[in-house]
Design a protein around this ligand. Structure first.
Ligand SMILES: [Zn+2]
Length: 318
């Protein structure tokens, strides 16, 4: 099966070099504020159709979880599945968050998600669409695993940002920020037009409930001379203008999967982790637990489980 190329953070010190020591405190804090504004309050996390009767629930899928920087911000969810293509990123997340039933670590390709349909109550994808060569295809996968009425919080890098507009108008940039196609400004790094993202979401039966713009003051000079707390406060005010226009480098949207058919067959009890998975190659579910790996009884492929991380990137060699 061929899928689009993947931006792999395997072995990367991204968390340390970009976030911890990279002068990104401003960006990190504005994201924390946006997530608080977009996440449903704990009591209102929708129990999607068919999930009502179960004891536990509130299952969140975090796509592109990396080293788990945002994970502790997803309060109100009983269980979080952290998905990343890089196993070493997940190992860092595991160190940060610990091994418990609350967090499930899954190394997988976003174009071949190893989950049964309509499993999750909510999903987040922050600073991840940025690396998707085929963004609509990735979004379609998210739609498939999200239950009806489920909430999807998506962040994307905005090509229609003020800096790109100025550069273009001054003739210092060849590509137009005003057209709908994505721009790959570095290998496997894409910026998107807000309208293009809205169109993709609508085509997939999502309704957009809220839009916030972020990082209005992502300018090196400002970040050096103005105290971070002040920039964060100003940005938190400007975030609301995202409802009317989006000219900031980063945009957050809360989308909701349209509820269509309440008579769908509810997924299994969410308490049983094994019941979440399907074979990413042939789609068969459930997989059989063989202690150190999960086996597909249809195509006989084996998927590794090692040190608490499920690995669905490639099957174990026979
Ligand atoms: Zn299979």
């Amino acid at each position: 099966m061929t899928t689009p190329p993947i931006c792999d953070y395997e072995g990367s010190d991204y968390q340390t070099s970009f976030w911890d020591k990279g002068g990104r405190e401003y960006e990190d804090r504005t994201e924390a504020i946006a997530l608080k504004r977009l996440l449903p309050p704990p009591a209102l996390v929708p129990r999607t159709a068919g999930h009502g009767a179960r004891e536990s629930g509130h299952l969140l899928l975090e796509l592109g979880a990396g080293a788990g920087r945002n994970t502790p911000r997803y309060t109100g969810f009983e269980r979080i599945v952290l998905l990343d293509y890089s196993r070493t990123q997940l190992e860092q997340a595991q160190k940060r968050l610990g091994k418990s039933d609350k967090y499930i670590y899954v190394a997988a390709d976003v174009y071949r998600l190893p989950f049964i349909d309509e499993l999750f109550d909510a999903a987040t994808m922050i600073r991840t669409l940025h690396h998707m060569a085929d963004a609509p295809k990735a979004l379609e996968q998210v739609k498939n695993v999200l239950g009806a009425g489920g909430v999807f919080i998506l962040e994307f890098a905005n090509k229609l940002n003020l800096k790109a507009i100025l550069r273009y108008l001054l003739g210092r940039q060849t590509w137009s920020p005003f057209t709908l196609e994505s721009i790959e400004f570095a290998k496997l790094n894409f910026d998107f037009h807000p309208k293009a993202v809205r169109n993709w979401l609508k085509a997939l039966d999502f309704t957009i409930e809220k839009t916030l713009t972020l990082s209005h003051f992502r300018v090196g000079l400002l970040k050096r001379i103005v105290p971070t707390g002040i920039l964060v406060f100003l940005d938190s005010l400007f975030q609301w203008t995202g409802e009317w226009w989006q000219f900031s480098p980063s945009v957050f949207v809360r989308a909701k999967k349209v509820e269509r058919d309440a008579s769908r067959i509810p997924p299994n009890e969410q308490g049983n982790i094994l019941s979440y998975f399907k074979c990413p190659d042939c789609g068969h579910a459930p997989l059989t637990d063989k202690t150190n790996y999960l086996e597909c009884s249809n195509c006989m492929k084996k998927w590794q489980l090692k040190d608490g991380i499920y690995d669905f990137r490639a099957p174990i060699e026979k």
